[in-house]
Design a protein around this ligand. Sequence first.
Ligand SMILES: *Cc1c(COP(=O)(O)O)cnc(C)c1O
Length: 497
Amino acid sequence: MKYKSTRDINVNVTAAGAISRGLSADGGLFVPDSIPQLSKDKLLSMCDMSYPERAYEVFRLFLDDFTDEEIRHCVNSAYSDKNFETENIAELSHLLTGTYMLELWHGPTCAFKDMALQILPFLLTCSAKKIIDGKKIMILVATSGDTGKAALEGFKDVDGTSIMVFYPEDGVSNMQKRQMTTQEGKNVNVCAIKGNFDDCQNGVKAIFTDDNILAELDKANTVFSSANSINWGRLAPQIVYYVSSYVQLVKDKEIEYGEKINVCVPTGNFGNILAAYYAKQMGVPIAKLICASNANNILTDFINTGIYDRNRPFYTTVSPSMDILISSNLERLLYHLTDENDALIREWFGALKADGRYEVNDTVKQRIKESFYAGCCNDEQTKAAIKKVFDEYGYLCDTHTAVAYKVYEDYKNATGDDTKTIVVSTANPYKFGYAVYDALGGKEVSADEFELISKLEKLTGTTCPAALANTKDKEVRFTGSVESEEMPAAVLDFLKK
Ligand SMILES: *Cc1c(COP(=O)(O)O)cnc(C)c1O
């Protein structure tokens, strides 16, 4: 299996090359040159496998330059009950007959980013060994919340790596800040920036190409890498849970093999739902992919009209991990839907950069409609959905999951389609406790994160996961905050430690 660039089909790298580089030099994303197939026999044989075994079966198809031993090492290191609070890793919760919540938040940081970021460090160190043997890797992350913490947990104490995370001092929730500043591990560093997320992001980008820093890095036998969501090493792990949940439903006799299911995904950067598309293309019987957005509904408009237009207001919502106007992974979908036409991709993404807008051709519009449905909802509807799901089914969901649930309901009403459906649940409700408590009509919202937890526990009879509650007693290790101009110096300091 080789990987091409969405912007140049002459690029030809191995999986290790794609994972260690992250992004192609032409600005394109790495994509597999063919989509491997999972036969009926193979899928049925996976029914009796554990999650890491199922992951192994998927990875061996995409990472054929890795040895069996290397893949086993990666999946077993990542998906163990040491890191996840459930042996199943991803849980399917039954909301009502034929509607399932796929809970992807049983990892160490209680959000679905863990599903990929727990394994990325192992995929990356394995890849680096093949490409740039003997060098150490320093990961730099700019985060607006969830990714930074999940990357820290993934890379902590992984041999041959270190990680530094920058976050906007006033741009993350109290709980997110607490989660990051109490991070344990010998190879980690966390730094607050007096600025916003863009300042962090621009600062990190500049450091990646800063000659002075690169020279120092070279002396320390180290290279930079990134853990962001366009890396193939983050996308491939997400395919696994779609394959796994399908075979689990067969195993649990919820469906017969071959029966198609729908999947509804709360979407931001288009990574999670794209992984479901790959699973479908691999032969998993999936009918519709339902793309759910919040008030930042650029993807809803795109899927319905074929026009992607980022010239629009940006809204801050109660589902912040979906507040996004550029969904990077969409580029991979369009590459496949144009039959790998890199010239068209260059044209459209060039227009996006220049004018903030592009329109796809009729063939692609048609193909999108065949596989996808899109809908969106605002904050008020999100909160109403949290209340409804709790009142009717006794199930407490977070704000992102609630967006997906609401859009799924709208889909059912609009189409009458009663195909069994997996609604993807991307965060534990306690991670976004304020909005959830408010949605349930909670009174006297407290400014203190931990007081709020106990109020939400009392109101709902649920329990806050230990990973969040325990941060109360953890030592705060990282108190520093610097101007964005001081980021290079902070990285050099960390390099010398
Ligand atoms: C990142 C994130 C999303 C969006 O996922 P994409 O892969 O970017 O589409 C949704 N919900 C939560 C809780 C997230 O952290």
